[in-house]
Design a protein around this ligand. Structure first.
Ligand code: ATP
Length: 367
């Protein structure tokens, strides 16, 4: 089982981090410092290593102004596995794992499964269904290795079918070929998604009961993207007239969603910002827990500005959950005590703090 844990990270040219070397990473890494000092940029660099992209903005905006490329190097323990990425303004990407070039980001993501909790994570509740599909598919991808091929097959299929629909004047046989193709992989994707969701939901409920007992009554509902009484092929056949009329495929996994409800209302319309953040944390923590239970390793958590929106008691509860997962975490905050004061004391040996200022990072004496 991959129990990825970064022991070192070297960052070149990520925003205001021109050359940063951190060789003393531990399980819990807290980066504190004033606004604009570069804390989030450290999380971005780690994200780049696992996902080959930033979680905010384009690569162009991430590369230090005046530079043409960014490089991030990391070392995973145990086994001292080196991991490297170079991205250039031209769009070129070089990925290396164990000193050898790799072609797909998936290979990196498998080594370093990353979960981000930041201000954009609210999209999980308040954003469009695509944010929730991405969330769901992240989990299915990591737990069910056959998913990715089928997902790619579906993406190709729907592109072809929509192209045909746009072309107009198509014969029923031509369309039927792609309808059958889509139906086949669409059913498989949905089976994987549903199976994953059914494992995820009870874990989420258990975590949220700890994080926010007052939110008992939260419900997660999986929507597959077409009438659940119908097979996908039948749903596609039924929607063919409107597909032809409007030139795109109306039903299918591309419309799947997870509804988050409380007392029958959408959580996004009902919960306070702090409560929403707790739900988001619950969703992300549940995925990490499931990943580990499935023997697929541990998530690396990147938590940007943990204290924002949360009172100290809830901050403490989130930290307790993170500590319980035994995952490696990277947390940013403004004041040194924001996290140190609430992280479980028993984790002392695993806990380290870094002060970030003007793009420089320095380790701080253990608490
Ligand atoms: N491409 C770039 N090149 C150089 N500097 C940049 C670039 N993009 C952003 N910056 C600067 O780098 C810094 C990035 O800061 P970052 O967002 O990591 O700050 P932070 O410590 O997380 O701040 P906050 O507490 O306000 O969230 C900012 O000062 C920003 O102005």
């Amino acid at each position: 089982m991959n129990i990825a844990s970064l022991s070192r990270i070297h960052i070149d040219n990520v925003r205001n981090l021109q050359q940063v070397k951190i060789d003393t990473l531990r399980k819990v890494n807290v980066f504190y410092g004033p606004n604009g000092s570069g804390k989030t940029s450290i999380l971005e660099a780690i994200h780049l290593l696992g996902m080959a992209r930033s979680f905010r903005g384009s690569i162009k905006s991430l590369i230090t102004h005046g530079q043409s490329q960014t490089t991030v190097f990391g070392e995973l323990q145990p086994g001292s596995l080196p991991l490297g990425i170079q991205r250039e303004l031209t769009g070129d990407v070089t990925l290396k794992l164990g000193g050898r070039p790799v072609r797909t980001v998936a290979a990196m993501a498998e080594q370093l499964p990353i979960q981000v909790i930041n201000a954009d994570s609210f999209d999980l509740l308040t954003g469009s269904p695509s944010a929730r599909r991405q969330y769901l598919d992240w989990g299915v991808f990591h737990v069910e290795h056959r998913f990715f091929d089928q997902w790619q097959r579906f993406q190709r299929g729907i592109k072809q079918r929509n192209m045909l629909l746009r072309r107009g004047k198509l014969s029923p046989e031509e369309l039927a070929v792609w309808t059958r193709e889509l139906a086949a992989c669409g059913e498989i994707i949905t089976t994987y998604r549903r199976a994953y969701f059914e494992l995820l939901e009870p874990r989420f409920q258990a975590i949220i009961a700890q994080l926010a007992p007052s939110l008992a009554g939260l419900e997660l509902r999986f929507r597959q993207g077409w009438d659940k009484q119908l097979s996908y092929i039948r749903a596609l056949e039924n929607s063919e007239p409107s597909d032809r009329e409007q030139c795109y495929t109306h039903v299918g996994p591309q419309r799947a969603d997870i509804r988050v409800l409380i007392g029958g209302h959408l959580a996004a319309d009902t919960l306070s910002r702090g409560q929403q953040k707790l739900v988001v944390c619950g969703l992300k923590l549940a995925q990490g827990q499931l990943l580990t239970e499935k023997g697929r390793g541990r998530c690396t958590y990147l938590v940007d500005d943990l204290p924002s929106e949360l009172d100290q008691q809830h901050c403490r509860l989130v930290c307790e959950q993170l500590a319980g997962m035994k995952a490696q975490v990277f947390i940013t905050c403004v004041d040194s005590e924001d996290v140190a004061a609430v992280w479980p004391v028993a984790d002392g040996d695993e806990f380290t703090m870094f002060h970030v200022e003007h793009g420089g990072v320095s380790a701080v004496e253990a608490r």
